[in-house]
Design a protein around this ligand. Sequence first.
Ligand code: FES
Length: 114
Amino acid sequence: MIRASKDSCQHVDVVFIHPDGNREKVKDSYDKSLMDFAVDHGVKGIEAQCGGACICTTCMCHFSSSTFAGLEPASVDELEMLSFVPNRRATSRLACQIKVTVAMQGIEVYVDHT
Ligand code: FES
């Protein structure tokens, strides 16, 4: 009998795309936040100064319109924090507020280095 590896079932790939077009693929457990994926693997552009408390906006990232539409909606608190960021886009989110699910396998995340 062939069984799928439990380890491989608990991990997903997230692709961080930098302003220069460089693509950085990170594989990790899907129960973490998108911010944790970035911070735990040293991805530049996601500083996360507040550690995920939704009060610093240094984890802001962007998505394609189609990917953005598939994410769980932002909370009122997240939307309020994003409203203070001058360079936010219509498809911007705070990475600390997005829990990575298995359905996000291969998700592409655009990061800024500002
Ligand atoms: Fe501070 Fe996300 S880590 S708002």
